[in-house]
Design a protein around this ligand. Structure first.
Ligand SMILES: *Cc1c(COP(=O)(O)O)cnc(C)c1O
Length: 424
């Protein structure tokens, strides 16, 4: 059987629990598909970052796109974290929970004029600039609005993160960041520009990195750039390494965070930049293990060559397997001691890419509840209504309590924004 994601998910008398709550009861109460999150698991992940960076000047901004539910954002706010956002929608979400705008970093390659204006009005703490054209757009709007935003420049260090190509972002062939050789000239221009305040450099080289060596390669390259800037009399305050720390979905070996901190500190201090504040924007590594997606097996289907468990949860609820061929653990909510077979766990959507797990040893039982674990990151935030399936409900467990943090879509929600012209 696949392994459990964290100590907050345990079997008790053969039934899966999240903290002190019986998951079968949650499914009875709220139906499936259902996302369930453990607050304690998120707190532990936050504390893990805090203790690894203890004694080191740092700033943490949770990457909202990993899981943007307001209640989840509130957990990070309560812990004093800022937010890494990539759209006006994410900005609105964090402002909605009363986040301090000064603790927001606005990243993303495609900021529209409207998004920049709204973010400037909200007094967002830092803009992560990803191109020369964006610098020009931002500085001219700032001039017009008579404000002086703080900026980081996201540099593309051209290092291979050795992760899935879709979530690799630090190669020179990717759309992200400013190419390494143009960065110096552009940052010099920004240093002389009175409409922005140059505060730092940034790189985010990819997601689900299972080794820290790409961070260290990126760090070395950024320091090369910092040295060049220093020669020109330009000093920065912050160095932002983005997110990207990997998690264990299957058998990945993730080094302890302390090793990352040690390696970065060693490099920075060794070359005269030990005073820089380290900024991190973790997403996946702080929420992935906290969440599970529950589905109910509707049919057990056997063909001459394959066995399928068809659940009511599908690629519309959790697209990672379909999009990245991602392997995610699938566990029975109620342990059965009957014989198991190898099944493909699939959803109801009309696509052959609609699978959640392949060749998993599970009981052959209709009506059973299955939990896809490690689903707290890039699960619900990537969910869609494809096939006019309603977005699932979400529940947050805290000790013995379970809170509904998103109600399931109603049928009317499916067409709430649609208009049939009277003339038709
Ligand atoms: C996606 C993203 C993150 C978070 O990445 P994780 O792999 O989820 O930690 C951080 N910063 C930026 C700019 C991002 O685009």
């Amino acid at each position: 059987m696949d392994s459990l994601p964290c100590s907050q998910f345990q079997y008790r008398n053969g039934v899966l629990f999240c903290e002190g709550v019986n998951i079968r009861d949650l499914a009875d109460r709220y139906g499936t598909p259902l996302y369930v999150y453990s607050r304690q698991c998120i707190n532990e992940a936050i504390d893990n970052y805090e203790s690894a960076f203890d004694g080191v000047s740092h700033k943490f901004c949770y990457a909202v796109k990993a899981n943007s539910n307001l209640a989840i954002l509130r957990i990070f706010q309560k812990k004093g974290w800022g937010f890494d956002i990539v759209s006006m929608g994410e900005l609105a979400r964090v402002l909605q929970i009363g986040a301090d705008p000064r603790k927001i970093v606005f990243s993303g390659v495609g900021k529209t004029e409207e998004e920049i204006r709204v973010a400037l009005s909200a007094k967002v703490g830092v803009f992560n600039i990803e191109s020369e054209a964006e610098f020009e757009r931002l500085s001219s709007i700032a001039e017009e609005m008579r404000c002086r935003p703080r900026v980081y420049f996201r540099v593309n260090p051209d290092v291979d993160a050795h992760t899935h190509p879709y979530i690799s972002t630090g190669l020179k062939t990717n759309k992200f960041g400013i190419d390494f050789f143009s960065a110096y000239g552009l940052i010099k221009r920004a240093a002389a520009c009175s409409h922005v305040e140059l505060a730092g450099i940034d790189c985010h080289i990819g997601s689900q990195l299972t080794s820290f060596s790409p961070y260290f390669d990126a760090c070395d390259r950024l320091i090369d750039l910092l040295e060049k800037l220093r020669t020109a009399g330009i000093e920065l305050k912050d160095i932002d390494f983005g997110g990207g720390v990997g998690v264990r979905y299957r058998d990945e070996q993730i080094e302890p965070l302390g090793e990352l901190v040690r390696g970065l500190r060693e490099r920075l201090a060794g070359r005269g930049f030990g005073h820089l504040r380290i900024v991190m924007e973790p997403g996946r590594s702080v929420v992935a293990a906290s969440g599970i997606l529950l589905g109910t097996v509707q049919y057990v289907k056997t063909t001459p060559v394959k066995h399928f468990l068809i659940t009511d949860a599908g690629m519309n609820d959790l697209i990672r397997p379909a999009l990245y061929a991602a392997w995610m653990p699938v566990l029975p909510v109620v342990e059965r001691h009957c014989s198991e077979m190898l099944f493909d766990v699939v959803g109801p959507v009309c696509e052959s890419s609609d699978w959640l797990g392949r060749d998993r040893a599970l009981p052959a039982e209709t009506g059973q509840l299955l939990a896809v674990t490690m689903a707290g990151a890039y699960g619900m935030s990537m969910a869609s209504r494809y096939n006019s399936r309603r977005l699932p409900a979400e529940v947050l467990v805290d000790g013995k309590l379970a809170y509904l943090i998103r109600r399931r879509d109603s049928l009317e929600d499916l067409w709430a924004n649609e208009i049939v012209p009277a003339e038709l």
